[in-house]
Design a protein around this ligand. Sequence first.
Ligand code: GLC
Length: 571
Amino acid sequence: MKDLKWWQTAVFYQIYPRSFADSNGDGIGDFTGIIENLDYLASLGVDALWLSPHFPSPNWDCGYDISDYQNVAPEYGTLEDFKHFLTEAHKRNLRVILDLVLNHTSDEHPWFLESKSSKDNPKADWYVWVDTPPNNWQSCFDGEAWTYAPERGQYYYHYFMKQQPDLNWHNPAVKQAMWDAARFWLDLGVDGYRLDAIGTIFEDPDLTPHDVPMNLAGLRRFSELAQTDEEKKLRDKYWYDMFKNQWGQPGTHNLMKELRAILDEYDGDRVLVGEDDNIAFMGDGSDELHMVFNFPLMRTEKINPEHVRKNQSERLEQLQALPNPGWPCNTLGNHDCSRIYTRYGDRLHDGELARLHVALVLALRGTPFLYYGEEIGMSDYLLANIHQVKDTMGSWYYQTLVNEMKVDSQEAMQRTAEMTRDKNRTPMQWSSDPNAGFSPADATTWLPINPNYEKGINTREQDQNPDSLLNYYRRLIKVRKATIALVNGDYKPIHASAEQYFAFLRTFETQSALVVLNFSESQLRLNFSDIAEVKGKSLRTLFSSAVRSPVEPAPELITFSPFEAFIAEVK
Ligand code: GLC
């Protein structure tokens, strides 16, 4: 594709290693399992994989608490297995990016064990230590942000769980150690990184306390009970105010520049994608990150035309304003939030909406990121029992609700099941065999499997059905890749006040594509002859979620089915 880098034309697919495929029957996904399914991923048509952390970890935060940055968690395999995986992925033209967690390590990392052992060891200031908690800062996962380490007689700071102590990035030795870790995998040939939680690397140097009149548990409860618009506004303000002094500090930009310079030493256009929506992390467009996620797109209760248009006009304008215009990156789901199928469904037209939502992500300007299982319509699975909960922030919240807030245990469990990220991390559903073909029949999987795998929500059955969601994804990805206007074209919204549908043009040089997404349950008859680019032309159907003729001879009167996703070349 003309003048674009591989990461601009690629469709990315996020793999959560623990839940992808279990080859050895221990109930946990592993590299051999991923390798066995690379052909599946190639058949889906994706070009790049993002792996959530695969490093050794005590798993208080499902791998985001790393105890060795240069190795593979034994449950996932060995370093040799990783290398084999990388070779096999590359053989199929699948690029691989890893998760780089810079803000914190595990409290079992040897760096932290040494740091907490005394006040004067060689790593004494690798983490953030104080004699007494200097303020009321909260950890966004489990309450107080300062935890006492009796060995050292001091408190350490953690933005996330207490098992995830924040590194002291003011210390050049920390930086060096982390850059070494980054180089380790780049030397092995990985194609880049998704950067975890970069906003939280530095804190307000004045340690300014927050002024929200409650602690984290109180705020969570307040959020659950917020009903009116006013309460919801206050809820959002409280969340912002509680943590505003603990992230978003300017020093991060220099770090990102240093990391970018390291990547640029390597061949093959290695890429950095930030887990942050702040476009400032792209620097001047060429000296920090290559992309940041467009999270504001998914920060809504419902995807509707007005929301998307507003989002696109703001984002694209900001990206364009950079000295070197930035490239967008769109996604609707990942391992931290309710699955797209559940979150944006309406329980009546979930299947239709899922088709509309992926068409949106694949037709917008920018690199799309998909989350494993969304291509077969995997949905949230709510756990029924506290002993099943693996996401520690869930167990912490349950205990707090029951023990401190005296909430009835049944209600506490329901709230916990809804808030914990376990619901959207259940094992991939490969077939209708026992354990969904994820693990052998006699294994106990690390999280329960959503029983809907027996009702067609699995890859094997959908593979054989031409009308399945899986085959819809395949067709759509193929059309995107074959249509330069969809990959590289600019974006122009049309009929910009329409409430029922979202229509836009994507144009690159001589090719123009018209995209119409009917978000309503009504049939629509629309006229596009008022649009200069379309007037007098015919529309050659490239893709539709409905059955329609290959050519719409005139744009004056086109009928769209309820929830139809339609893409046509303007000829
Ligand atoms: C990021 C990850 C999330 C993790 C957190 C702490 O937000 O996406 O899963 O819990 O960072 O590492």
